[in-house]
Design a protein around this ligand. Structure first.
Ligand SMILES: Cc1ncc(COP(=O)(O)O)c(C=O)c1O
Length: 428
């Protein structure tokens, strides 16, 4: 038995099968876009460690900042103040949409979503939360209550949070109302109005929660017009608008946040994943007027705002800024979209190539247009065998997420694209 198989075997003896790992590769080292298996094989990691390593594995600046911080102070535990944690908060609010200038640090995306829901309920004194079918917001019970990317995640966990309602995500490629981009009556917005009319009144609705760029549910950006209409609807009814930017944030789309593409600012935003290049950190960021209504003790944390994670976060934001990685992702992302549309977009089993920056989804379809998980799986297997790690998403696992680090080199990008194109060309 080789080392990787042996590690998988040992892992299966100590970890519950509930913990799902994508591939049986035992990695011992990561640098930039590359990860190295224990047997020496190099892989290109175009998953960015599940949309976390936006400046690649072990960026030297992140490593140096974290090491330096570790020498002086590792943990504060909510007992005292520390320069690095405050500086990281100041840095984060300097890049979030205008008006979002106060935050609460926690450790994971789900925890940030929990915080956002609690904040919305607390400050509005309303119970209702509306989220979108297909959305993924995390697996803790509150976050799971607003997650509907697949029923498998919710199986046997009911009852979940009460007063939570779902309306269809504007997943226009499979429009729930069978409309087209040239004929769209914004039925998704009307459905929200209907929900407020029939299921929960506006005055009892605390917030509408949405991923401005749907992640796990199928890599689909909500149309700009929809997000603008959603903002208006929330304003009209005094409902808070929460954007979950856990996956789409921190430069992934070529803007700091996906919402920036639409020019729409939420009242509350959740950030995690790419915020600290792999160190556990997340944040609920909100308007000062809301945060100031959340009194001492209404929420709390032991590890949130860990100084080492915060040092890594500062280094991450500085690197993206100084190396102008947003601009690079935006322009190279546009070229790669154009290329993929040309090279694989016409394949009968490729339904759509979509996204911006380095957040690209490739949806596979059957000849009849249904989600095609097996074609997607075939391409992923080809890529893996060729040394390119990519993963899928969507309820049928029929969409490839193409998410290299923002600082992927041109050569690596070319190699990844060529492998992907070859995988698609082999589909029968
Ligand atoms: C949009 C979104 N929200 C929340 C989460 C949950 O984050 P975590 O796994 O860190 O709890 C995820 C994770 O994939 C996500 O994509």
């Amino acid at each position: 038995m080789n080392y990787a198989d042996e590690l998988v075997r040992r892992s299966s003896r100590v970890f519950t099968p509930a913990l799902h790992l994508y591939y049986p590769i035992a990695v011992s080292r990561g640098h930039g876009t590359g990860v190295y298996a224990a047997d020496g094989k190099k892989y290109l990691d175009f998953t960015s460690g599940l949309a976390v390593l936006n400046i690649g594995h072990n960026h030297p600046r992140v490593v140096a900042s974290a090491k330096e911080q570790m020498e002086s102070m590792i943990h504060t535990g909510g007992i005292y103040y520390n320069e690095t944690t405050v500086a990281a908060a100041e840095k984060l609010v300097s890049i979030t949409p205008e008006g979002l200038d106060m935050l609460f640090f926690s450790n994971s995306g789900a925890e940030a979503v929990e915080g956002a829901i609690k904040l919305a309920r607390y400050v509005t004194e309303r119970q209702g939360i509306i989220s979108f079918t297909r959305a993924f917001h995390g697996r803790t019970l509150g976050a799971l209550s607003v997650t509907t990317s697949t029923a498998a995640y919710r199986r046997r966990y009911h009852p979940l949070l009460p007063s939570v309602y779902q309306v269809p995500y504007p997943y226009c490629f499979r429009c729930p109302y069978r409309q087209t981009s040239s004929h769209c009556d914004m039925c998704c917005i009307h459905e929200l109005e209907e929900t407020l009319k029939h299921r929960i009144p506006a005055e009892e609705t605390a917030a509408v929660l949405i991923e401005p760029f749907l992640g796990e549910g199928g890599y689909f950006p909500a149309p700009r017009g929809f997000l603008k209409a959603l903002r208006k609807l929330c304003d009209r009814h005094g409902i808070l608008l929460i954007f979950d930017e856990v996956q789409s944030g921190m430069g992934r789309t070529g803007c700091w946040f996906a919402a920036d593409h639409a020019g729409v600012a939420p009242d509350i935003m959740t950030v995690a994943k790419g915020i600290a290049s792999g160190f556990p950190l997340s944040a609920v960021v909100a308007k000062r007027a809301l945060m100031e209504k959340w009194p001492s003790g209404a929420h709390g944390t032991t590890f949130g705002g860990n100084p080492v994670s915060c040092a890594a976060s500062i280094a991450t934001i500085d690197t993206i800024t100084e190396e102008k990685l947003l601009g690079t992702a935006l322009s190279r992302g546009a070229s790669l979209m154009e290329r993929l549309t040309r090279t694989i977009g016409g394949h009968p089993l490729v339904g759509q190539v979509r996204g911006f920056g380095y957040m690209v989804g490739i949806e596979f379809v059957t000849c009849d247009g249904f989600p095609n998980g097996s074609a997607c799986e075939e391409v992923l297997a080809h890529c893996l065998a060729s040394g390119l790690i990519l993963i899928g998403c969507g309820p049928e696992r029929h969409v490839i997420r193409f998410i290299p680090p923002l600082n992927v080199t041109e050569e690596e990008l070319e190699a990844g694209l060529a492998t992907l194109e070859e995988g698609v060309s082999k589909l029968s």
